[in-house]
Design a binder for this molecule. Structure first.
Ligand code: NI
Length: 202
């Protein structure tokens, strides 16, 4: 038994490292593409396009929300830690914005449409802030949206049909005309996010 323990520990360390490396690579790719923003010749690095379905059943695209500043985040409702934290901070930011929050539309796009039914997604987001819109779609639609935002996500089996989804954690701020504005780390505190949005939106 004793010899098993180190073996198990090192295997889980390898998995953990692989996971970190994957996210790091995704972040580097994202940083590299974001760096081209300053180059006027380069195309916009983050397209920001999506064609998905809202939890009320309506079909929407990014164009549906023109005129609002979008705060876009990709995640899933069974996420153990990162997603709830980000959603909580988004709620804090909206409260911090006061009436200016009317100009901001937070959007949560699920990367787990199988478990995140419209009803589950709506109930989950309602528990954080009713102003956050939940979007879902067929796996191909979500894949296309994720590609447009350079979002990385991958399901990881936990055995017995259970799975978790590793995903990059960035908040995308899109301008009212649909262009990319800013990128923030998912762990940005809500009051800091409110300050950042306040500068843009007012
Ligand atoms: Ni998450």
């Amino acid at each position: 038994m004793r010899t098993l323990l180190p073996a198990l520990a090192s295997r889980s360390t390898i998995l953990e490292n692989w996971r970190c490396i994957s996210l790091l690579v995704a972040a580097i790719v994202l940083a590299a593409t974001t760096a081209t923003v300053s180059n006027a010749q380069a195309p916009a690095p983050i397209g920001g396009h999506f064609a998905l379905t809202a939890t009320d059943g309506s079909n929407v695209t990014d164009a549906t929300y023109r005129g609002k500043w979008l705060l876009v985040y990709f995640g899933y409702t069974s996420c153990p830690d990162v997603c709830p934290t980000v959603l909580n901070e988004i709620g804090v930011a909206l409260d911090g914005l006061g009436p200016l929050a009317n100009k901001v539309q937070p959007i949560f796009i699920t990367v787990d449409p199988v478990r995140d039914t419209a009803r589950a997604l709506a109930a989950y987001l309602e528990s954080f802030d009713p102003r956050i819109v939940g979007l879902r779609g067929a796996p191909e639609q979500i894949e296309a949206a994720a590609k447009s935002y350079h979002v990385y996500y991958r399901a990881r089996s936990l055995g017995d049909g259970e799975y978790t989804i590793d995903h990059s954690s960035f908040l995308y701020v899109m301008k009212p005309d649909g262009d990319f504005a800013e990128l923030h780390a998912g762990d940005l505190p809500g009051h800091t996010l409110a300050d950042e949005l306040n500068k843009l939106v007012k």
